[in-house]
Design a protein around this ligand. Structure first.
Ligand code: GLA
Length: 340
């Protein structure tokens, strides 16, 4: 097979705004320079034939797709989900390779979905492509994820984080100051799909909204009207996190790293205490990092329950603990497809 094109889509690290996207809240992710590439050619017949350098089993998929969640091998479900959303795409044959670590909270699945969407000929706006891929993720994994990961991958801007309002889908690029670097460190706890714990949070947010209305426009103390202490705590996280995202965008734009770092620490505490998605391993890693000179702040990033921590540091600091797996990541451009 001689490929004619390559599609590339980045993973993302979320700087702040965790578990806010599925209630239409604010997020501040940045597309990173770790990504997924597909070298492919379009086929005359209606099938998808892909191999992945990281997977032993190839994917051979007849189009149209009927049930993405039933596709084998498992990694092909995301691809099938995208193909299903695109309706009647032309077939492709190709090779997938990725530098986004799986199950780390850096959105390996979103990077795969967005790269596949481009390879299969999707040509809409970043928001349109992200919506296709979000729906694909729902179908493929059953996890009712928000729009953040797919939108960060599709809409990334070199040198910038993305302030996204998940209600309006508006995106404002916020320059990441050249005086700082962003480190992502794996906790060693592999994050599975955690679909049930994630879905439970989605339900708890809906329960809060049934009492106080949309969390994305709720007043900062509106959670006090909720009698159930657990649901009130979930709401308090989301409402306060939305405010922190807005404050973080201002701090970054001002180059105010101490404020930005303090907001990240507050976000982590809220995710730990109110939202219940941290682990003791993540907490210890955040505390270790925060105590290092030149580290302004750290927090879990992504859904939680394991995976990675993100730290905001001075550029001359490498906070990765000896022996750990981690990356210094740079704000990257969004997904693209190009001829070879
Ligand atoms: C996962 C989901 C996102 C978002 C984060 C938590 O990454 O895919 O939509 O909800 O968790 O912020």
């Amino acid at each position: 097979m001689i490929p004619t094109h390559r599609a590339w889509a980045p993973g993302r690290v979320n700087l702040i705004g965790e578990h806010t996207d599925y209630t239409g809240g604010m997020v501040l992710p940045m597309a990173i320079d770790l990504g997924t590439e597909i070298r492919f050619r379009t086929l005359e017949d209606r099938r998808i034939s892909l191999i992945s350098v990281a997977q032993s089993e190839p994917l051979a998929l007849e189009l149209p797709v009927i049930d993405p969640a039933a596709v084998r091998p498992d990694w092909g479900r995301y691809i099938a989900g995208v193909a299903e959303q695109l309706g009647n795409p032309a077939g492709i044959e190709g090779v997938i390779s990725s530098t986004v670590p799986l199950g780390s909270g850096l959105s390996s699945s979103a990077a795969l979905e967005v790269a596949v969407a481009l390879a299969l000929g999707a040509d809409g706006s970043a928001v349109e492509i992200a919506e296709i891929c979000q729906a694909a993720e729902h179908r493929a994994s059953g996890v009712p994820c928000g729009i953040m990961d797919q939108l960060a991958s599709a809409g990334g801007v070199e040198g910038h984080a993305l302030l996204i309002d998940c209600s309006t889908r508006s995106i404002d690029a916020v320059a990441v100051p050249s005086s700082c670097s962003v480190a992502v460190i794996h906790s060693g706890q592999h994050r599975g799909l955690d679909g049930s714990a994630y879905a439970e949070r989605v339900v708890q947010c809906a329960a809060a909204e049934a009492i106080i209305g949309p969390l994305c426009v709720a007043r900062i103390d509106a959670w006090r009207q909720i009698a159930d202490p657990l649901v009130a705590a979930r709401a308090r996280h989301v409402i306060s996190e939305n405010a922190r995202v807005r404050a973080m965008a201002i701090a970054l734009a001002d180059g105010n790293l101490p404020d930005a770092g303090a907001l990240m620490m507050q976000s982590h505490a809220s995710l730990r205490d109110d939202y219940g998605v941290s682990t003791s391993v993540l907490d210890e890693l955040v505390e270790y990092l925060a105590a290092l000179p030149g580290v302004h702040g750290a927090r879990l990033t992504g859904a939680g329950f394991g995976g990675c921590v993100v730290a905001l540091c001075d550029t001359d600091v490498d906070p990765r603990p000896p022996g750990s797996i981690g990356w210094i990541v740079h704000p990257s451009t969004g997904a693209f497809v190009e001829p070879l």
